[in-house]
Design a binder for this molecule. Structure first.
Ligand SMILES: C[S@@+](CC[C@H](N)C(=O)[O-])C[C@H]1O[C@@H](n2cnc3c(N)ncnc32)[C@H](O)[C@@H]1O
Length: 272
C-alpha cells in the first residue's frame, strides 16, 4: 500500500488507478498517484495522442461553456467534473458574466476532496459527491437548491463522462432525465468517445481495454448512438463533430487532420 497523504480521503485505494486522476496526470496536474501515472503511461503507449485528446476535450468544454453563457445561460451543472486541474467551468462562464453559478458533480473521492478545497472560498459554486445518474439526488441536493433556480435555464454538461456509464439504457435515461427536468433554452454539452471511425479505432479499443483495470471502466459508442441522445434537441452548428472541429479557434483549424480528432465526438444542443 502506498503511503497516504493527509488530504487523501481514507476510503481511497491509492494502488488502484482512477480515470479522474489519470486524466489529471495527462493534463499536467499534480493530483494523481503512482498507480494512476503507470496506467497513464500505458494509455500513452496505447494511444500516443491521448494527451492531445484530453487537451482538445478541455478546449471544447471551454468553447462550449462560453457559447452557452453567451446564449444567456447562467447556471452550469458539470456532471463528472473531474479534478479542477485545467481552467474550471466557473472561470470560463464568469468571463462572460461573473454572476454565473456552477454545481460540480463527481464520484471520485480525491477529485471531490480537491474540488471542495478549491471551491470552498468561491461564492456561487459547489461540489456534490454523487453518481451523476442519480438525477433526484443531484437536483434535490442542498447545494443545487442553494445555487440554482430550476425555473431558469441550465447548461447540463457531460464532458467525457457519460462513456463511464456502461449500461446504455441508464446512460440514455440519464441524459433524457436531466433534459426533462430543465426548462426550455437549457443546453446539453456532450463529448463521448466514439467507436465507429476507421482512424484511431484500434487505439480507442486499447484505451477501453486499459480502463477495465481502473476504478471505472469506459465504453466507446457509435456515432449513431451518440447522435440519438440529441434527437429531441436543437443541435447547434456544426452538429455532432470531433471535439477539435466544434467551432475551432485559429490554432485548431490548422491541425484538424490528425488522428486525435477521430476519437471524441462532441455537440452542444438546446432544449426547445
Ligand atoms: C475523463 S474525466 C472528464 C472530466 C471533465 N468532465 C472534463 O471533460 O475535463 C471523467 C470524469 O467523470 C467522472 N465520472 C464518471 N462516471 C461518473 C458518474 N457516474 N458520476 C459522477 N462522476 C462520474 C470520473 O470520476 C471522472 O472524473
Amino acid at each position: 500500500m502506498s503511503s497516504q497523504a493527509s488530504w487523501v480521503p481514507s476510503n481511497v485505494d491509492l494502488d488502484r488507478a482512477s480515470p479522474a486522476r489519470i486524466y489529471d496526470y495527462l493534463l499536467g496536474g499534480g493530483w494523481n498517484f503512482a498507480a494512476d501515472r503507470a496506467v497513464a503511461q500505458q494509455a500513452i503507449a496505447a494511444m500516443p495522442w491521448v494527451r492531445d485528446l484530453a487537451r482538445y476535450n478541455r478546449q471544447f468544454l471551454s468553447r462550449a461553456v462560453n457559447f452557452c453563457a453567451t446564449a444567456g445561460v447562467r447556471q452550469f451543472l458539470d456532471l463528472g467534473s473531474g479534478m479542477p486541474t485545467a481552467k474550471s467551468v466557473h472561470e470560463i462562464a464568469r468571463e462572460v458574466d461573473p454572476s454565473c453559478r456552477v454545481v460540480y458533480v463527481e464520484r471520485e473521492p480525491v477529485a471531490v476532496a480537491h474540488s471542495e478545497l478549491i471551491l470552498s472560498t468561491i461564492e456561487g459554486t459547489g461540489i456534490i459527491e454523487a453518481d451523476m445518474c442519480d438525477i433526484d439526488l443531484v437536483l434535490g441536493h442542498p447545494v443545487t437548491r442553494r445555487l440554482f433556480d430550476l425555473d431558469e435555464p441550465v447548461a447540463v454538461i457531460m464532458a467525457s463522462s457519460l462513456h463511464y456509464v456502461l449500461d446504455a439504457e441508464v446512460a440514455e435515461a440519464t441524459v433524457a432525465g436531466y433534459l426533462d427536468e430543465v426548462v426550455p433554452d437549457s443546453y446539453l454539452v456532450l463529448s463521448h468517445i466514439a467507436d465507429n471511425e476507421g482512424v484511431g479505432s484500434s487505439e480507442v479499443r486499447g484505451l477501453v481495454e486499459l480502463s477495465k483495470a481502473t476504478t471505472s471502466a469506459g465504453v466507446a459508442r457509435s456515432r449513431e448512438w451518440i447522435g440519438g441522445l440529441l434527437a429531441d434537441l436543437e443541435v447547434a452548428e456544426p452538429g455532432l463533430v470531433y471535439t477539435s472541429q466544434w467551432r475551432p479557434d485559429n490554432h485548431l483549424r490548422l491541425v484538424t487532420d490528425l488522428p486525435v480528432h477521430a476519437s471524441l465526438l462532441a455537440a452542444v444542443a438546446r432544449r426547445p
